[in-house]
Design a protein. Structure first.
Length: 341
């Protein structure tokens, strides 16, 4: 039989007060089981759901829908819902004994799932869809008040923009460093670039550090029809940046990129946190325990809420507080050597 915990044990494990747990129960956000003596008891799954409430992953226990409830809410078949999950378009909340689908996240992605950006096609009506008043009346009892979505920008799209700006800022920082003064009159370059992609990116930065957008194009899921050399767009289908090199498109971050600046080297690459794992390691012979490593996820890593990085000799490890429900790609970068001014 699975171990059951008292309210005091749960409060200690989750770093909450028992008053908070009682208040959530009174507000209808979570209802624990009770013994014959009317004492509250919590299972391992209850602890996972309470932790999701604590971190804002869900607003209340009833927001966790099973497969049948989720298909009814979305107006699609269970086969379609499972296909969305396998394609990484939705991320279920997996507990010790069950798989749930958070209502709010389904509602936020419903329009995008039924009519992908760039398709030019209207959403196909499911078996439970009709006119807007009919559909709202059928789903009102199940979903409660509609979520407030006005003016909200999708989290995934903001993440992609932030990643792009971070890369451009890194290039600006590197290319505008003062070169090392040489005693020899022989001209030499203090900056060498081993990847021709960086040459193209350098042309996008003005001397003031501003971004020149004449050769930079961001698209959602399709390539520009008349690109010029150096054009970049974000491919939403493969979750990667693409760059046009004059005759073909290629991944901008598909392989390790190395920049040399004086005696320092910036290493940039990508890796994947496997499905069902809460940590993975990346090896590099130049890493030391004092090397600062920057990691940025490129997609949702539910049900994990936070992550951190530990660095050792020859490798670093990324950790999440819960195992991820699907393969999650991430970008990383770090400097080795010494940057001189």
């Amino acid at each position: 039989m699975d171990k059951l915990y008292t309210i005091q044990e749960v409060a200690t494990k989750l770093n909450l007060s028992d008053k908070t747990l009682r208040r959530w129960e009174e507000a209808g956000r979570f209802t624990p089981s009770r013994t014959l003596g009317n004492q509250r008891r919590y299972s391992i799954e209850d602890l996972q759901i309470l932790d999701a409430l604590k971190h804002g992953t869900i607003l209340k226990q009833s927001d966790l829908l099973n497969l049948e409830q989720a298909t009814l809410l979305c107006g699609v078949s269970s086969t379609t819902l499972i296909r969305w999950e396998n394609d990484g378009k939705i991320h279920p909340f997996i507990t010790a004994g069950n798989t749930y689908y958070p209502r709010q996240k389904l509602m936020e992605k419903l329009d995008e799932l039924k009519c992908p950006r760039g398709s030019g096609l209207p959403a196909q009506a499911g078996p439970f869809e009709g006119t807007v008043p009919e559909r709202n009346s059928r789903l009102q009892a199940e979903k409660g008040p509609p979520p407030r979505r006005g003016g909200t920008v999708p989290t995934g799209y903001l993440t992609h923009i932030l990643i792009t700006l971070l890369l451009l800022f890194s290039y600006h920082l590197i290319f505008n460093m003062k070169p090392t003064k040489l005693d020899s009159p022989t001209p030499s370059s203090t900056t060498t670039i081993s990847d021709p992609t960086i040459d193209l990116l350098k042309t996008m930065l003005a001397p003031t550090g501003a971004l020149t957008t004449t050769s930079l194009t961001l698209h959602s899921s399709f390539a520009p029809t008349t690109p010029v050399s150096g054009t970049i767009y974000f491919d939403n289908l493969s979750s990667s940046l693409k760059i046009y090199k004059g005759n073909a498109w290629s991944d901008l971050a598909g392989t390790t990129t190395t920049l040399k600046v004086n005696d320092a080297t910036l290493i940039m690459s990508s890796a994947t946190l496997p499905k069902g794992k809460n940590q993975t390691s990346v090896t590099h012979d130049q890493l030391t325990p004092t090397t600062p490593v920057t990691v940025t996820f490129t997609s949702d890593y539910a049900p994990a809420k936070k992550y951190w990085v530990t660095v050792g000799q020859g490798s670093f490890t990324i950790h999440t507080d819960f195992p991820v429900s699907s393969d999650v790609p991430f970008n990383y970068s770090f400097f080795v050597g010494i940057i001189t001014s």
